[in-house]
Design a protein around this ligand. Structure first.
Ligand code: CMC
Length: 444
């Protein structure tokens, strides 16, 4: 059944609409053009501001800055709406295969059956890694966090595909995107197997993208791995929900790294590094650690009190978002996935899930969270589901990276192909020492 679509029409700027900037100190006025998008707020174009006025704009953390044009993803944070290429995340999560979403993000349209078949075939034929690549893993300590292994090994892909990449060539760019989408499950599963001292398994092309990954992650060479369809669906949904999220910290990192025309595999490694932090993709791991620390429902008020205390660095991880000032639609879907997965695995009363539900209930009833519009985000429930499936907490960020790879590389490609592509080079407000003469060493 088709869902009713929300009305997202917005005021478009009138033809030639401008914003007038009055600089009282200079007694001058400047007209700045206003740009419109398909949806979302109007944008004041300040590109000529410095050249014309000598002033820079100041926006640490990019609270009010649009850094690019993008046709991939749209978020209405006030209403909790997320669209990829115009399709609502709820519809994609309910119906789409992850490779369909990859195709959608890369090519801008949903594939037909035969296009999807061809795309799956191409991805399947790039999913092995070079035999020599396997040796990189052995260089890491056994107890290295799998995310550290991912940063290193994905970065190492650039050594295997450097001379062959001419990023000015459309076909070469597309091959890089295919390779990354194809090899990431193999690398992610290898990082997991290595952390457990288990042998690496080669991918199998008679399996789909998700079953193939699950087999490489959990299988052993001595017996057949049987994929549980409920868990397959849950991982597929997890991948779809994390595929892209417009200009977040890791995606912006990939775009900025790529803007110097760097090797795309190295750019994606930079994205993995940015994702790792607990304020971004590392939050899924941090949520489960936080829930374990809270331990029982009677201790929730203590942690809520700590989260509200400015003198305490503790924050409620999995809550709050720069863009969403409403329930993150991905969190709502993942909460349902938790019910489904826990039910399938006979863990309906999983105490950590009960604790998370109660924490959400108490926080959403608290003025501090209500006033600041802090709701559960994508990371709040995902870890509970991944843990039930059998992944340790240290594997949660790598799984996020596996899913986000398509977003990173599709955004990288869009950036390189933009007609007004420039190297990303923000400016600053200098607050250091004023100019002073050099004092020779003997005179200091
Ligand atoms: N717990 C307690 N207070 C919070 C929280 C939280 N989780 N998040 C924000 N606040 C408060 C914050 O202290 C500030 O209060 P005040 O106005 O009194 O100074 C207000 O809410 C606004 O927060 P902010 O830090 O200015 O907002 P931001 O947009 O800079 O930060 C955030 C966004 C996601 C980093 C932040 O909400 C946070 O640290 N959340 C916890 C970490 C987390 O869950 N990260 C995952 C984000 S979603 C997935 C992803 O990006 O990968």
């Amino acid at each position: 059944m088709k869902r009713a679509l929300p009305d997202l029409t917005v005021d478009q700027p009138a033809a030639g609409e401008k914003v007038t900037l009055v600089l009282h100190a200079d007694g001058k006025q400047y007209d700045l053009p206003v740009l419109g998008g398909t949806h979302g707020p109007k944008v004041i174009d300040v590109r000529r501001l410095y050249a014309e006025t000598g002033y820079l704009t100041y926006d640490p953390g990019f609270m009010s800055t649009a850094n690019c044009d993008s046709a991939l993803t749209f978020i209405d944070g006030e209403r909790g709406i997320l669209l990829h290429r115009g399709y609502a995340i709820e519809d994609l999560a309910a119906h789409a295969d992850f490779l369909e979403v990859c195709y959608l993000l890369l090519y801008g349209k949903l594939p037909t059956q035969s296009e999807l078949g061809d795309f799956g075939h191409v991805i399947g034929h790039h999913n092995m890694v070079h035999e020599q690549f396997r040796r990189f893993f052995e260089g890491f300590r056994r107890d290295a966090p799998p995310m550290a292994v991912m940063v290193g090994t994905v970065g190492a892909l650039s050594a295997f595909y450097h001379d062959q990449i001419d990023i000015t060539d459309t076909e070469a760019r597309m091959v890089a995107t295919h390779r990354l989408v194809a090899k990431m499950p193999t690398i992610c599963a290898m990082a997991f197997q290595y952390s457990r001292g288990q042998p690496f398994l080669y991918p199998r092309n008679d399996l789909g993208y998700v079953p193939n990954f699950l087999r490489m992650a959990f299988g052993v060479p001595v017996e057949e791995y049987v994929v549980n369809p409920v868990l397959e669906r849950a991982i597929n949904r997890f991948l779809v929900l994390h595929a892209d999220h417009e200009q977040n910290a890791s995606t912006s990192t990939v775009r900025i790294a790529g803007s110097s025309r760097a090797n795309p595999y190295a750019c994606v490694a930079a994205g993995i590094a940015a994702l790792w932090g607990p304020d971004h993709g590392g939050a899924n791991e941090a949520v489960v650690n936080m829930l374990e620390e809270i331990g029982s429902k009677d201790r929730i008020p203590l942690y809520i009190k700590r989260a509200k205390d400015r003198s305490d660095p503790f924050r409620l991880t999995g809550f709050g978002h720069r863009v969403y000032k409403n329930y993150d639609p991905r969190a709502a879907i993942l909460r349902e996935s938790c019910h489904e997965v826990l039910g399938e695995l006979g863990k309906k009363d999983e105490p950590l899930f009960e604790l998370a539900l109660e924490l959400e209930r108490i926080a959403l009833d608290d003025d501090y969270f209500v006033q600041r519009k802090l709701f559960p985000n994508v990371d709040f429930y995902s870890g509970i589901m991944l843990r039930a499936i059998g992944f340790p907490t240290t594997m949660f960020p790598p799984l996020f990276a596996l899913a986000r790879t398509i977003g990173w590389i599709a955004q990288w490609k869009e950036m390189i192909e933009a007609p007004d592509q420039h190297i990303a080079r923000p400016r600053q407000r200098y607050t250091g020492h004023p100019i002073r003469p050099y004092v020779p060493l003997a005179e200091r």
